[in-house]
Design a protein around this ligand. Structure first.
Ligand code: NAD
Length: 483
C-alpha cells in the first residue's frame, strides 16, 4: 500500500542553525524525503542560516554530504539530490548582531508560508525573535518551530513562553516533540478513538496498569555539558514520556483538532498526583569494557545527575483512579527499546482451572526500534490434552501490514509538513509545557534538597535493581528490556 500524499502549496523553510547537528541529522534528511515524496512543490525554498560564511554552492555541498550520511538509500538518487539542492539557499547571519538580516529580509516573498525553524540553543530565541520583527520578516503566514529543551524548570519555561508571546501569537508557535510525530503514536489515537473495541475497556476497571519505557543504549558523551545540567527527568520524562502518558490516558477529544486534543492532554498532566519519594528510582551508569562511566562522560567525578529514572505515578480522575502508571527511561541500557504496554486485568474467574495458567491481554505500542502495535490474545494451546492456554500476538506491524513499498514518514518529516499546513495538533501548547514542569519541578527539588545520589548501574543492563523492585513490590514486572 503506498501512502497517500496530501499536497501543500509551495513554502519557504528557513532553518536557523542550518549548519548544526540537528539540521544535518534530522531536518535536512526529512525535507529531502518529503521532496522525494512530492511534498515540496517547485517554488519552495529551504534557506539555511547560520554564523558560518558560506554561499549557496557551499551550502549545497554541505547538504549533499549530510544526505549521504543520514538520508539512507534515498540519497543514492543523484537526480533527486541535485533537484533538491537547487531549492537550497544560504545566508550567513549573526542572530545576536545585525549582520546578514537585511539580505535575509530581501529574500522573503509575501503571502507565502514562511516557517522559521529555531534549530539553535534557547539562549538565542529571544535575539532571533526580536530581529525577525525588527527587519520585517514576520507576516501573517509566519510560524516558528522551537526545539527542546523548552526551559530548565517552570520559571525558565514561563520566561521563554512570555518572551515568545511578546513576538508571536500562540497559533504561530510550534514546540516540537518528535515523539508525537511518530506514526505509531498517532496510530495510538486511531486505535483508541477509531475502534469501538478498546475505549469501553480503557479505564481502571479493566486495566491493571500501564507502563512506558524509553530505553537507549547510547551514553551522553558529546552532549555531556548539556546533559549534566538536565538529567533524565528533564531531558526525557518532562517532555517525551509525559506526552506519551497524555495520549494514552486522555479523554476522547470532541474533534481531532489542535486545541481540543491539547485541552485533553493538559487535563491529564493536571490530574497527575505528586510522586512519593519511594516511588522514584534514579540511576547513573558505570564504566564497561571500552566505555566510560557517566561521571567520566560528563567529566564530573561527583556528579549527582541521573542517567536513568523509573517512577510510579497516579492520575487523580474517575477514569484512572487506582491504576498505576510506571515510567522508566535511561541511557546505556541493554537495548534500544521504546514501548508502551497496557496490561489488562485478569478475567474475573478462570473456567479452565489452575493448569491453564495465568493469562492477561496486553496491548503493546512499540515505538522503537520498529514501530507497530501488538495485542496479546489468549487462545488454546494446540494439540495438548486438557485445556492449556497460550498468548498469541495479533500483530499490526506497519512494515508487514502496509507492504514493503510503504514509506512511513519519519517523525521530523511529518511534523515539518504539519508546520507547513498550519496544523498544531501534534505540537505542545504553552500551558502544557508549563503544567509538565509544574509536576516535575517538585520531584527534582526534592532530590536536590535531600542531596540524593543516583544508584550506580552496570552499563548495558536494564538499570538499577531498584527499578525492578518498584514493580515487584506490586507483584508486577517490566515489559521490554528486563533485569
Ligand atoms: P549545534 O551546536 O550543532 O548547532 C547550532 C547551530 O546554531 C549552528 O549552525 C550555529 O552556526 C548556529 N548558531 C548558534 N549561535 C548562532 C548565532 N548567534 N547566530 C547565528 N547562528 C548561530 O546544535 P544542534 O545540536 O544542532 O542543536 C540545535 C538546537 O536543537 C538546540 O537547542 C538543541 O538543544 C536542540 N536539539 C538538538 C538535538 C540533536 O539531536 N542535535 C535534538 C533535540 C533538540
Amino acid at each position: 500500500m503506498v501512502a497517500r500524499i496530501i499536497p501543500v502549496d509551495s513554502f519557504d523553510l528557513i532553518v536557523f542553525g542550518g549548519t548544526g547537528d540537528l539540521a544535518r541529522r534530522k531536518i535536512l534528511p526529512a525535507l529531502f524525503k518529503r521532496f522525494c515524496g512530492g511534498q515540496m512543490p517547485g517554488e519552495s525554498r529551504l534557506i539555511g542560516v547560520a554564523r558560518r560564511e558560506l554561499d549557496d554552492l557551499g551550502y549545497r555541498d554541505f547538504v549533499r554530504s549530510a544526505l549521504s550520511e543520514f538520508a539512507g538509500e534515498a540519497a543514492f538518487d543523484t537526480v533527486a539530490v541535485n533537484a533538491f539542492c537547487d531549492m537550497l539557499h544560504y545566508v550567513s547571519v549573526d542572530a545576536r548582531g545585525d549582520r546578514g538580516w537585511q539580505a535575509l529580509g530581501e529574500m522573503m516573498i509575501p503571502d507565502k508560508v514562511r516557517a522559521f525553524y529555531y534549530s539553535v540553543g534557547p539562549s538565542v530565541f529571544s535575539d532571533l525573535s526580536e530581529r525577525l520583527h525588527k527587519y520585517g520578516l514576520v507576516d501573517e503566514q509566519t510560524r516558528i518551530v522551537v526545539e527542546k529543551p523548552f526551559g530548565h524548570d517552570l520559571d525558565t519555561a514561563r520566561a521563554l513562553n512570555r518572551e515568545l508571546a511578546r513576538h508571536f501569537d500562540e497559533t504561530q508557535i510550534y514546540r516540537i516533540d518528535h515523539y508525537l510525530g511518530k506514526e505509531t503514536v498517532q496510530n495510538l489515537m486511531a486505535v483508541r478513538f477509531g475502534n469501538m473495541l478498546f475505549e469501553p475497556l480503557w479505564n481502571a476497571q479493566y486495566i491493571d496498569h500501564i507502563q512506558i519505557t524509553v530505553a537507549e543504549t547510547v551514553g551522553v558523551s558529546g552532549r555531556g555539558e548539556y546533559y549534566e545540567k538536565a538529567g533524565a527527568m528533564r531531558d526525557m520524562v518532562q517532555n517525551h514520556l509525559m506526552q506519551l502518558l497524555c495520549l494514552i490516558a486522555m479523554e476522547p477529544p470532541s474533534f481531532f483538532e489542535p486545541n481540543a486534543v491539547r485541552d485533553e492532554k493538559l487535563k491529564v498532566i493536571r490530574a497527575l498526583d505528586s510522586v512519593q519519594p519511594h516511588h522514584l528510582v534514579r540511576g547513573q551508569y558505570t564504566a564497561a569494557d571500552g566505555f566510560n562511566s557517566y561521571r567520566e562522560d560528563v567529566d564530573n567525578p561527583r556528579s549527582k545527575t541521573e542517567s536513568f529514572v523509573a517512577l510510579k505515578c497516579h492520575l487523580n480522575n474517575w477514569r484512572w483512579a487506582g491504576t498505576p502508571f510506571y515510567l522508566r527511561t535511561g541511557k546505556r541500557l541493554n537495548e534500544q527499546d521504546s514501548e508502551i504496554t497496557v496490561v489488562f486485568k485478569d478475567t474475573p474467574h478462570s473456567i479452565f482451572g489452575p493448569e491453564a495458567g495465568r493469562h492477561r491481554n496486553e496491548l503493546t505500542i512499540q515505538l522503537q526500534p520498529d514501530e507497530g502495535i501488538t495485542l496479546g490474545v489468549t487462545i488454546k494451546e494446540p494439540g495438548q490434552g486438557g485445556m492449556r492456554l497460550m498468548d498469541v500476538p495479533l500483530d499490526m506491524s506497519f512494515a508487514e501490514t502496509l507492504g514493503p513499498d510503504a514509506h512511513t514518514p519519519d517523525a521530523y518529516e511529518r511534523l515539518i509538513m504539519d508546520v507547513i499546513r498550519g496544523n498544531q495538533t501534534l505540537f505542545m501548547r504553552n500551558d502544557e509545557v508549563e503544567a509538565a514542569w509544574a509536576w516535575t519541578d517538585p520531584i527534582i527539588r526534592g532530590w536536590e534538597a535531600r542531596g540524593d545520589v543516583p544508584k550506580p548501574y552496570d552499563s548495558f543492563s536494564a538499570g538499577p535493581d531498584d527499578a525492578a523492585l518498584l514493580m515487584r513490590r506490586d507483584g508486577r514486572e517490566w515489559r521490554g528490556i528486563t533485569h
